[in-house]
Design a protein around this ligand. Sequence first.
Ligand code: DX5
Ligand code: ZN
Length: 331
Amino acid sequence: MGTGRARIAASILDADLSNLAYAVRRVGKAGTDRIHLDVMDGHFVPNLTFGPRTIKALRPRTEMPFDAHLMISEPSRFIEEFLDAGCDSVTIHVEIEEPIAPTLLAIRDAGRAAGLCVKPGTPLSALEPYEQLIDIVMIMTVEPGFGGQSFMKDVASDKLLAARHYLRHKAHGGEVHVDGGINRETAEFAGGLGVDILVVGSALFVKGRDMAREIRLIRALADEGYQYTLNGGEPPIPRDKMVRFTSLPKHLARPLMDEIEAGGIPVVMLRGVGQMNPDGVRDYDLLVPATVEGLVEERHAASRDAAQRQADAWREAFIAEHGVIPPVGLP
Ligand code: DX5
Ligand code: ZN
């Protein structure tokens, strides 16, 4: 798993299709973060691949998250099967002619991430009606249907950074995916436009190249693009890094945790190195993702300060009533 910002989703479209179990294990061993599964129906795109039964059969072969990319005209007909197959996210196309919202809702109801994908010729404004319903915006930088095509740089320039706008309802966890033509030549440019997930297909299956190195290279180049194009030269904050927001006695930590999580930001509550309380139980640490540290501060500093005052009052009252109960082994 990458320690920086960018994540790689390996598309197995160009793998040896006679041995997909081997393909998913191989890309997993090579260090990909996720598997991107391209489903085509010969109707929405002029090509056929595989469906939910194949995905379900692959599910026990790897622990890697599965992102399904459904290039099919009627995802609603099969959505339950894709969810049942164990997809972690399902992305459908905004260009389809059937209603889109019910399928997005079904994906979310199943606790998975819901995505919408736009073809190169489709404006981002097509996403507007579904803004509240999506966790992923996937930008096609090739015409969907085949691996191995070349990256459409103009489409990337127009859309990759702008796509973030459609995820602004998500305080944390919204993802922009770029799909098509990503390799060591294009990764830095895409990273410089702030993409979260780079879908990589044919570049991983070039004969004579080391797949693990290719993944490391693409990820590092994307992070470098981000650092020097968008982040004023500062290295990106690692995507999985957590930082301590505050420490509180458990009965006060829990409600603050709930308040933060209600705003869509995950919190980890840990018995850590917080101060020892008069009841002999240490304060709990509340950890939040480093990427949204500023937002948490902005939204919850007042609640945190109030909880700290309550903690002081509670400690005083506890000592007045019971004295200090020293924990075993401490003076
Ligand atoms: C195209 C697919 C892509 C593609 C990626 O229809 O959605 O996922 O296979 O392959 P490369 O990286 O070769 O463009
Ligand atoms: Zn795809």
